[in-house]
Design a protein around this ligand. Sequence first.
Ligand SMILES: Cc1cc2nc3c(=O)[nH]c(=O)nc-3n(C[C@H](O)[C@H](O)[C@H](O)COP(=O)(O)OP(=O)(O)OC[C@H]3O[C@@H](n4cnc5c(N)ncnc54)[C@H](O)[C@@H]3O)c2cc1C
Length: 493
Amino acid sequence: MDVVIIGAGGAGLSAAKTLLKQPSSVISSVKIVEALSYIGGRIKADDEFIPGHRVDLGAEYIHGFKTILTEVVDESKDEWESRLDEDEELLEDIFIIAHADGGPDEKPTKNGEYGVYYLGKEDTLLRYDTDDADFQYLSEAIDNLKWEIEDDENDCVKEKTEEAVNISLGAYLDEHIEVPSRMSGILESGFGNTAACTDLYKISLSSTIDFEKYWEENEVAGDTRLHSKIGMVGVVDSIVEKHLKNDDRFSIHLNWTVASISRDSNGVTITSKDGTMLKADKAIVTVPPPIITSNDIVFDPPLPTWKLEAYKMVGMEGAIKIIVKFNQKVWPEKVQNVIAGDMPIPEIWFRSMKTKVNDGEYETCHLAVGFLTSKAADNLVRILEECVDQDRNEKAAQIILHQLSQMFKFDKHIVDDAYESAIIYDWKSIPSIKGGYMYPKVGMEKSDFHRMAKSIDSQLFFAGEATNTGACCTVQAAMETGKCAADEIIACT
Ligand SMILES: Cc1cc2nc3c(=O)[nH]c(=O)nc-3n(C[C@H](O)[C@H](O)[C@H](O)COP(=O)(O)OP(=O)(O)OC[C@H]3O[C@@H](n4cnc5c(N)ncnc54)[C@H](O)[C@@H]3O)c2cc1C
């Protein structure tokens, strides 16, 4: 079989890797076509901002220790470690801090790093283990959310779950949990990371609970990040180097935007924007949901209504990273992360990197990474609309500088003096991505995930982070779907 894969993100690469494990009597060629000029999709690094380091502009954290993603890390571990200095660790511990994660029950990382919350309206900074009663109440309530519906009178479990399909997370919290109003800002900012959506009235309660349960059951708790000399892009490089590049059956076309996909009894024809055609027996479509729902690719015959309707249940809003470099820390020494309510930047995390200045001489630079999604990302885009390119970075940096000074009570002059430069990356502005990552809209059912993932006539197969029937929003979710689509193709033989 000849297979064409549309999209070179985690899903597409994992699909290619799985297909190429088959002998050539089964799989004769695998071609990836990708609209962008690089491999990785939402895994992308800036290699110039800090010489010798790869700053992640998209996916950065590795969630859990035993996943399809960590398999790749394990494969390359020794090779990567040989690139690091003796005192450097390949995997850094992360103190994850988003809604209830990172709450009072957590332990700091092994280096003693921890997270804090900032209540913008009352100018209060809370350590994760604060005894603030409202904070503890919120933490516990959100942590219990995943069990709340099921535990409530066993007989009603089914009805309750069905009812929950049409309830938003926001409405449920209003009715059953009554979040203390001074905590609502950090709640929104937390979900701005977890669901990439700050409007809790748009997010499906039942799918959110399903996701939480999936995490709990399938992933050992704990989060890490690859050393900045490797970055999440190391995972992309590893798959390409070890599984794709040296196989004669594999090829990739970058800057190749698919405009249409047509099918008949002879197979699938994939046509690019400039009219180039590729023929295949089967195709795997891994593009993000907004590409499907905005009809950027014309399907002939058209995609069936059941599939389109399922894709329309996926929400995907803006996501921006602002990465700011400082010559000294302008935040408390051990603080790794802050979730800020009612502030322009809902979340900022901190990293330090050692850079070589001369032979044997190093200096350390410190990064603050602002992460904005949904409403916060849209607000920033509005503010930056008037600026030309370079000014945009400076303007975005000024917003973070101001927020850091306010939250951590560093004199603004000290913050300004420590500031060196900044870059921003806006994922919604990339025409072949159009946003951050998926959230389930109110009304989305489990079956919608299956409909998105379901193949058509054993010719068209579907993958990508949002089509995962377990939990979405991550690199491993994307990789799992790519593997599933490839396995389904192999099963056709
Ligand atoms: C800012 C940000 C931070 C994140 N942080 C994390 C994190 O810390 N940890 C984590 O696990 N996950 C994180 N994620 C999510 C993770 O990056 C994604 O879930 C995952 O990478 C998606 O992979 P994918 O293959 O499904 O989609 P993509 O990576 O988007 O791949 C799809 C590809 O299809 C291509 N394409 C689209 N249309 C066409 C067309 N017409 N023709 C040809 N090609 C086309 C696109 O260009 C793209 O490369 C983050 C995402 C963002 C944006």
